[in-house]
Design a protein around this ligand. Structure first.
Ligand SMILES: Nc1ncnc2c1ncn2[C@@H]1O[C@H](COP(=O)(O)OP(=O)(O)OP(=O)(O)O)[C@@H](O)[C@H]1O
Ligand SMILES: [Mg+2]
Length: 315
């Protein structure tokens, strides 16, 4: 049974222009996605740069405005309650950010950084707070004297551990981890990922694990959705996606050779435009007449696997 459902989530950013600075168009950053989270399981969200992964994560914790859709948490519609400090939802759903460097306040010492969520959500005495901070540091494998240091005094891997410590400070049920290791060296990536798995088992945590790296997602996740231009092109359990991929875009992601030299944002954007042209010309069955990804339909013979395709027997 899932403890949280996201239904038809949309996040549109208005583009203003013209003489009256009116809304001339929208960026459809997230354009109708649905997800379910189960206790102790990791849900992977994969896709290329700009497909809407971070916007999805941020809108779930309330850092982005939701245009439409619902978030149901333990049976209650919390869509408009996000960021309300009194609600359990905000204590129990936490996020680890894509860029740990800029998400940790450089002017605050580690103790103050970790104190913040504790103060916001837990009612503890100063002595209990201090003990909790020591415990958190021990859990993420950091020394006690880290308390008095500033974020810049730590390596990338250590900063990401501090980000994790902050996220687990309030005993969350779900952690949204947005590219938690992509900025780290490969050897450190494995360490942080394995550590995340360990605390998942120990605390029965669930993850929404966001990554552009299918290898990382395969290692971490039970259920995977492939995102493309704000929509899901395919969704299923790990087995479905890796042994029986359906959508051409999934197949392409699975066959892609990892970039030895990571390419820049502009280059990736150019590549995406090329890919889109190719798909739209050659694979009409995967996009409707407006170039929009179709709604998900069940893959024949499976109860867990969905693919975006023209529904059979439809119009
Ligand atoms: N505040 C904003 N206003 C307008 N457009 C935005 C805003 N934030 C994001 N976007 C656009 O929404 C789309 C999705 O962005 P998002 O950051 O969610 O992508 P992403 O999948 O996380 O990419 P990356 O892998 O590079 O982190 C992009 O086209 C982006 O340019
Ligand atoms: Mg992102």
């Amino acid at each position: 049974m899932s403890f949280m459902q996201i239904k038809d989530l949309k996040v549109h950013y208005p583009i203003r222009g013209g003489f009256f600075n009116s809304v001339v168009d929208n960026v459809y950053a997230v354009d109708g996605i649905s997800m379910e989270f189960e206790r102790g399981k990791a849900y992977g969200l994969v896709g290329e740069s700009g497909c809407g992964k971070s916007t999805t994560g941020k809108s779930i914790i309330g850092l982005e405005k939701i245009s439409s859709g619902d978030i149901i948490y333990e049976g209650e519609n919390v869509t408009n309650k996000r960021r309300d400090r009194r609600s359990n939802y905000n204590r129990e759903i936490q996020m680890i950010f894509q860029d740990s460097h800029s998400s940790l306040n450089p002017r605050k010492r580690v103790a103050e950084i970790l104190q913040e969520p504790i103060r916001n959500f837990l009612k503890l005495t100063p002595a209990e707070e201090d003990k909790k901070i020591s415990e958190l540091l021990a859990i993420v494998g950091m020394p006690e004297d880290a308390k008095l240091k500033y974020p810049h005094e730590f390596s990338g891997g250590q900063k990401q551990r501090l980000g994790i410590a902050r996220a687990i400070a309030t005993n969350p049920k779900l952690i949204i981890a947005d590219e938690p290791v992509s900025a780290l060296d490969l050897s450190v990536q494995a360490q942080v990922l394995n550590f995340m798995k360990d605390i998942q088992t120990e605390y029965g945590l669930s993850y929404l694990f966001i990554s552009h790296d299918l290898g990382v997602v395969k290692h971490m996740c039970d259920h995977i959705s492939i995102m493309y231009r704000g929509r899901f092109v395919e969704s299923g359990n790990k087995q479905d996606i890796y042994t029986n991929p359906q959508h051409i875009y999934t197949k392409r992601l699975l066959s892609a050779i990892p970039n030895v030299n990571p390419i820049g944002r502009e280059e990736r954007k150019r590549e995406r435009i090329e890919v889109e042209k190719h798909y739209q010309a050659e694979h009409k069955q995967y996009f409707d007449e407006n170039g929009r990804v179709y709604d998900l339909v069940p893959v024949e013979g499976s109860s867990t696997h969905l693919v975006a395709a023209k529904a059979k027997g439809g119009f």
